[in-house]
Write a new protein. Structure first.
Length: 95
């Protein structure tokens, strides 16, 4: 379980691969976010290299942040990567 202090910036990395395991760029790569207060948002991720996309998330409030990285291709194949990050009022990092 990943814990970070409130107001920390955390890089979320999502890797997309084909069924054969080769890195692959989706046609679209977005991340759906849910803040601890229940605010939902969607942002486009930034391509770092073939099949690797990121989003820098500022943990503006304490609590559980949930995310789902999604990629779609022209053939309607969709890939998902889910995760959670916790923001605490302490200075704990990656407990």
């Amino acid at each position: 379980m990943n814990h970070y202090p409130v107001n920390a910036t955390v890089r979320i990395t999502v890797t997309f691969k084909t069924l054969a395991g080769a890195l692959h760029d989706p046609t679209t790569a977005v991340i759906d976010l849910a803040s601890p207060r229940g605010v939902l948002s969607q942002v486009t991720m930034v391509r770092q290299s073939l099949g690797t996309y990121t989003h820098d998330l500022v943990l503006s409030v304490a609590g559980r942040w949930a995310y789902r990285g999604r990629g779609t291709t022209a053939t309607s194949f969709e890939a998902f990567v889910d995760g959670e990050i916790y923001a605490d009022h302490t200075d704990a990092t990656d407990v």
